[in-house]
Design a protein around this ligand. Structure first.
Ligand code: AHR
Length: 656
C-alpha cells in the first residue's frame, strides 16, 4: 500500500484571459488608475518572431488609455500627466465642467464588461484634486452610484459630504454603497457625479478609483471565483505563472517587490497575455487568499529567463549575473517567511502581516525548456536556495523536454511536467508513471503535473496543433476532455510515490477575453454566468473521494481500456473508494472482489449524451455529477455492476 498523493487538490493560477484583473481580483472598475492598455502580438509578413500588430493606445503599445470611462452631462474628459497622483500612477483623468453646465455632471466607469449589481455592500474610493483658481468652494458633496447602463436607473447612491476638494494635494474619498437592488443583468456602471450648479466652471482630477463587492473571506479575491478554487477540494495553489511570471522582456517580468505595499505605489506591468496588469493582485493578495482558503502556496519565482515576443527564444541572465536573480529570490522568501527582525519580514509587517506566511514549495521559473540556459540557471538557483532554506521543496520546470539537454533534478525535487494533449495521449500514458523513477534514473524525484488538459480531439497524426483549428480544437472542456483527463489521473493515483500533484490549466477565463481555451472555469462580470466545466466537476469528484491509502488492485479478468480504475481506503479503514472510468461506447460488466465485507455502496457518476457535451452559460450542468441510481447492493465481499458507456464514476463502499 502507498500513501495517496494530493493530485487534483492543487490549482494553477496566472493572469491569463483576464482571470486576474477583471477576474479573481475583486476590483470591479476597469482601467481604475489609467496604468496601461492592451495590444496584440502577432506575426507580420517577412518579420521573424512576433510583433505588435495592433494597439489600443495608437502611439505607445500598452500605454495609458481612457477606455472604460465616459462623461456624464455637459462635460469634457481626457487623460493628463500634469497632475500626477504618484510616481507610480502619473496619469489621471481630467474632468472639465463648463461655466454653463447644468444638471448632473461627472464620470462613469463601465466595469470589466459590466458590473454585477446585487444586494450587498460595495466599498468605493477614489483620489480627487481640484483646480485651484476655478474652485469656488460651493460644494455640498460628491455622489457615488451604481446605475443601469441601459436605462440609466440608479440602483444605489451614496453622497460623500464635503464642501471643498483640495487644490493643493489629492484627497482620498471613500464610501460604502449599501445596495438592496438586484439588477436584471450586469450591464451597469459606477458613477461619480456632482450637481453642476455647485461646480460649473471647475476642473477635477481623478486617480486610482476603486469599487469592491463581496470578496472571499475578506481577501481581495472575488468571492464566487475564490469559492470555485476552494470548493474543488484544493489544498495547493501555484502562482503567479505560467508565462505571466516571465515577461515579454526582462524588464517586464513579474517583479514581486513591485506588487506589494500601497496601491498608489504599484505601477503595474505589461502582462504576457496582451493586456496591462495593474499589480493589484500582488504577492500578499495571493498569500492572503492561500491563508483564507487553507491552501499551501506553490510560489513560482522568476528564474532569469523572459519570453520576449513569442517566436523567439527569449532572453536569459548570463551565468555570472545569476547572483542577482538568486538574491532577488532569497529576498522574496525572506519577505514571505522571515520574522520581523529581518529587513523583508519587517516590510511584510509594515504592510499588515506581521506573522510569517507558510511556504514549503518554490517553482524555479516556468517551462524553462524553452531556453537553452536552464542547465546553468537551475543548479545555481537550486543550490543557492537550498543553502539558506534546506527544507523548501524546489520544483524544476524542465527535465527532458528540450532535445538538447536533460536537467538533473536532485532527489527531493519535483519535475513540473505540462501536458496539453489529445484524449488518446492521456489514455496511452495511463502507465507513464508506473516505472518512471527507475527507468529515468530519478529515484527520489517526484512529478508535479503543473498544467494539463485535453486540448484537442484526436487526429490521424496525433500531433497537437496549438493554433486551435476549428473542429479539432476543444474550446470548452467536454465529456471527452473529462474522460481523457480522468484516466490520466487514475494513472497518477496508482503511482502515489511518483506523482505528487496534477493541475488543470488554465484555471479561469473571462469569456470576454479568451487568450487560451479550454479553461477549467469560465466567467463574466455576472456571477450567475460562472461556469464550472466538465473537467472541473471530474476533478472535484476525484478530489473529494480520496482515501488515505492507495490499494493494490489485481486484475484477474479483462484489462485496462476501455475500463480504467484505481482504489483507495480511508483513514479509519471504514470506507473504500473505487474510481472507475469507462471510455467505451457501451456498458461493461464489472466485478470487484475484496478481502473485506462490503456493507453498503453509494456512487456518483459523470456522463452525458454526447462526447462533445459541454457546460456553458445556458446549460451549466450538462456534464456534472449525479448520484448513481439503482446501484446494486454488494454481496458479501463482492460487488457487481455494469459501468455505463462514457462515464466517470466513484463508488464508495462501507467496510464491515
Ligand atoms: O496555461 C497557459 C500557458 O501554457 C502557460 O502560461 C504556460 O506555462 C503554458 O505554456
Amino acid at each position: 500500500m502507498n500513501i495517496p498523493t494530493s493530485l487534483t487538490r492543487f490549482r494553477m493560477f496566472e493572469d491569463i484571459s483576464h482571470s486576474g484583473d477583471g477576474g479573481i481580483y475583486g476590483e470591479l472598475l476597469v482601467n481604475r488608475a489609467f496604468q496601461g492598455s492592451g495590444a496584440t502580438i502577432g506575426s507580420l509578413p517577412g518579420v521573424p518572431g512576433g510583433s505588435v500588430v495592433s494597439s489600443e493606445n495608437p502611439i505607445v503599445p500598452f500605454g495609458p488609455v481612457i477606455t472604460g470611462w465616459k462623461p456624464i452631462g455637459d462635460v469634457f474628459i481626457h487623460l493628463t500627466q500634469l497632475h500626477p497622483l504618484s510616481d507610480a500612477l502619473p496619469i489621471v483623468l481630467q474632468l472639465d465642467i463648463p461655466f454653463n453646465a447644468t444638471g448632473e455632471v461627472g464620470i462613469l466607469n463601465e466595469g470589466w464588461w459590466g458590473i454585477d449589481v446585487r444586494p450587498q455592500t460595495y466599498g468605493a474610493s477614489f483620489y480627487c484634486l481640484s483646480n485651484g483658481p476655478r474652485n469656488n468652494g460651493s460644494l455640498s458633496g460628491i455622489n457615488v452610484s451604481l446605475r443601469s447602463n441601459l436605462t440609466g436607473e440608479t440602483w444605489v447612491t451614496s453622497k460623500i459630504p464635503t464642501t471643498n476638494v483640495s487644490s493643493f494635494q489629492y484627497e482620498h474619498f471613500e464610501t460604502q454603497l449599501v445596495n438592496q437592488a438586484m439588477a436584471p443583468d450586469s450591464n451597469n456602471t459606477f458613477a461619480i457625479t456632482f450637481d453642476a450648479s455647485e461646480v460649473a466652471g471647475n476642473t477635477f482630477y481623478f486617480g486610482l478609483t476603486s469599487l469592491f463587492g463581496e470578496t472571499y473571506k475578506d481577501t481581495r479575491i472575488r468571492k464566487d471565483l475564490g469559492e470555485t478554487i476552494v470548493d474543488l477540494g484544493s489544498r495547493f495553489f501555484r502562482f503567479p505563472g505560467g508565462n505571466n511570471l516571465e515577461g515579454y522582456s526582462i524588464e517586464q517580468r513579474w517583479k514581486w517587490n513591485e506588487t506589494i505595499g500601497p496601491l498608489i505605489n504599484r505601477k503595474g506591468r505589461v502582462g504576457d497575455w496582451g493586456y496591462y496588469n495593474t499589480n493589484g493582485l500582488g504577492l500578499m493578495e495571493f498569500l492572503n487568499f492561500c491563508e483564507a482558503g487553507s491552501l499551501q502556496p506553490i510560489l513560482g519565482v522568476y528564474a532569469g529567463f523572459s519570453l520576449d515576443i513569442f517566436g523567439q527564444e527569449g532572453t536569459s541572465f548570463s551565468e555570472d549575473q545569476m547572483n542577482l536573480i538568486l538574491e532577488d529570490i532569497l529576498n522574496e522568501i525572506e519577505f514571505i517567511t522571515g520574522d520581523t527582525s529581518t529587513t523583508w519580514g519587517a516590510k511584510r509587517a509594515e504592510y499588515g502581516h506581521p506573522e510569517p506566511y507558510e511556504l514549503n514549495f518554490i517553482e524555479l521559473g516556468n517551462e524553462d525548456w524553452f531556453s537553452s540556459t536552464y542547465p546553468y540557471r537551475f543548479p545555481i538557483l537550486y543550490q543557492g536556495i537550498k543553502q539558506v532554506y534546506p527544507n523548501l521543496t524546489l520544483i524544476s520546470t524542465a527535465f527532458d523536454e528540450n532535445d538538447d539537454y536533460n536537467i538533473s533534478i536532485p532527489a527531493g525535487g519535483l519535475w513540473d511536467k505540462h501536458d496539453y494533449q489529445t484524449p488518446s495521449f492521456f489514455l496511452e500514458n495511463f502507465d507513464f508513471y508506473d516505472n518512471w523513477q527507475e527507468t529515468t534514473d530519478n529515484e527520489g524525484v517526484k512529478i508535479f503535473i503543473g498544467e494539463s488538459s485535453v486540448f484537442q480531439y484526436d487526429t490521424p497524426s496525433g500531433v497537437v496543433n496549438y493554433s486551435n483549428p476549428i473542429g479539432i480544437h476543444i474550446p470548452y472542456p467536454n465529456l471527452v476532455s473529462a474522460l481523457g483527463e480522468s484516466v490520466y489521473l487514475l494513472g497518477a493515483e496508482r503511482n502515489p510515490t511518483v506523482v505528487d500533484f496534477i493541475a488543470y490549466a488554465p484555471s479561469f477565463a473571462n469569456l470576454n477575453w479568451e487568450n487560451w481555451t479550454p479553461n477549467l472555469v469560465s466567467f463574466t462580470a455576472n456571477r450567475n454566468e460562472t461556469v464550472k466545466s466538465s473537467s472541473y466537476y471530474m476533478e472535484q469528484l476525484f478530489a473529494h473521494f480520496h482515501g488515505a491509502e492507495t490499494l493494490p488492485v489485481t486484475t484477474v479478468s479483462g484489462n485496462f481500456n476501455p475500463l480504467w480504475w484505481a482504489a483507495s481506503v480511508d483513514d479509519g479503514d471504514t470506507a473504500m473508494y473505487f474510481k472507475v472510468v469507462n471510455t467505451g461506447n457501451s456498458s461493461i460488466p464489472l466485478t470487484i472482489n475484496t478481502d473485506r465485507a462490503l456493507t453498503a455502496a453509494n456512487g456518483t457518476i459523470i456522463t452525458a449524451p454526447s462526447l462533445s457535451s459541454f457546460n456553458y452559460i445556458n446549460n451549466q450542468t450538462a456534464v456534472a455529477p449525479s448520484p448513481i441510481t439503482n446501484l446494486p447492493s454488494p454481496s458479501g465481499q463482492a460487488f457487481n455492476w455494469d459501468v455505463p458507456a462514457w462515464s466517470i464514476n466513484v463508488l464508495q463502499f462501507s467496510l464491515g
